[in-house]
Design a protein. Structure first.
Length: 369
């Protein structure tokens, strides 16, 4: 069975191109030979968005794989013994890694997704706090944010813990050879910076806060400060908990912050703002923005938004895709499965190329379409 690349190579070979008659014969043979071939395993790959809840939300054992453009929504049932997902990342070689654990576990489990078997496999355990930290009440601190990122094939675990003297950002990298985690240098974070999210772009890691922005260079284990976004926090009493999320296209970081989409150019160290999605001219939906996760699906910027009606707590999930040529957001129809997915509040989104054959065999579809 020849791939499309192999077929093209044969048809473009000089010996074939010199004789138009042989070219036609070759085309006829290729077309007849491939007309009724069965797709090989792994060829039926489709970009899908994977949705997880974070530790403060539901303890469900499911993962949702969806692509609204092609109308596919597939729910994956995880093992009952699998703890809640804390952080997730997709690497450049299309592997999906998660950190999983209970809220006050002293260690988290690093697991990788087995595409063929549709199962999660344990790789390593990572300590969640420094050994010198003293916890008199025998309970671990509740970290405000925890991230799992990849840069140049290296995995990094990052935690942000609020302290009286300011926030502490602790970074560790995973060593594949020794199956151990190594501590990295620590930046000086000013009190009140309020680190919101982290993202990998190129060969660097970026950390975005309300008043500061940091870049980490893994090759030199060095931090530097960048131009922070100019954001105006909203009142959580009026709008509820507002999420922050980031995605990368090329050398630009797209940052959802307080209901706005900001764009950071990593080459010029500058910011700009995209037009709002949904209702034009409004910073937040009048019903109150609860959650927003941004991701890049099929090379296009998307945002998944949840609004809540403060009168009845009803949640309205919507998805938008950004048309870069027209400079506008287009709303997509989203049909979440008819279970508890539409009740979840906190999302972790990532995009991965999935083997649909494996999904259909091992994952039970729920809802429509």
């Amino acid at each position: 069975l020849m791939t499309s690349a192999e077929t093209t190579a044969i048809l473009e070979h000089p010996l074939v191109r010199e004789d138009p008659g042989s070219l036609q014969v070759t085309k006829d043979v290729v077309q007849r030979g491939t007309s009724n071939l069965t797709t090989r395993y792994g060829m039926d790959k489709q970009e899908m968005v994977l949705l997880f809840t974070n530790i403060t939300s539901s303890r469900t054992k499911e993962m949702l794989c969806m692509n609204p453009r092609i109308g596919k929504y597939i729910s994956s049932h995880c093992s009952e013994t699998m703890p809640p997902v804390i952080a997730v990342t997709v690497t450049s070689d299309n592997n999906v890694y998660i950190l999983a654990g209970e809220e006050y576990d002293s260690q988290l489990s690093l697991q990788v997704y087995n595409h063929t078997g549709n199962v999660w496999e344990h790789l390593s355990s990572v300590q969640r706090y420094r050994e010198e930290e003293d916890h008199d009440d025998m309970r671990l601190p509740s970290y405000e944010h925890e991230f799992l990122l990849e840069s140049d094939g290296q995995l990094f675990y990052l935690t942000v813990n609020g302290e009286d003297a300011g926030e502490i950002l602790w970074t560790r990298k995973y060593c594949w050879q020794t199956n151990q985690w190594q501590e990295c240098s620590q930046p000086q974070v000013e009190p009140g910076s309020d680190i919101r999210t982290a993202v990998s772009c190129g060969s660097h890691l970026y950390f975005l806060a309300d008043t500061e922005m940091f870049r980490y260079d893994p090759s030199e284990d060095r931090w530097c400060k960048l131009t922070p976004p100019q954001t105006v926090p909203v009142d959580p009493l009026l709008f509820g908990p507002v999420s922050h999320s980031a995605a990368v296209i090329g050398t630009e970081i797209f940052y959802v912050c307080y209901g706005e989409m900001l764009v950071y150019d990593t080459e010029s160290d500058s910011w700009r703002e995209l037009p709002p999605w949904g209702q034009p001219g409004t910073r937040c939906n009048p019903h109150g923005l609860m959650e927003a996760s941004t991701f890049v699906l099929e090379s296009q910027l998307h945002v998944l938004v949840c609004h809540r009606d403060p009168l009845n707590s009803r949640k309205d999930w919507r998805m938008y895709v950004y048309d870069r040529c027209e400079g506008i957001w287009l709303e997509l129809e989203v049909n979440l499965p008819s279970n508890d997915w539409d009740q979840w509040e906190c999302w972790e989104c990532c995009v991965v190329r999935m083997n649909l054959q494996s999904l259909y065999v091992n994952i039970i579809p729920q809802g429509s379409p």
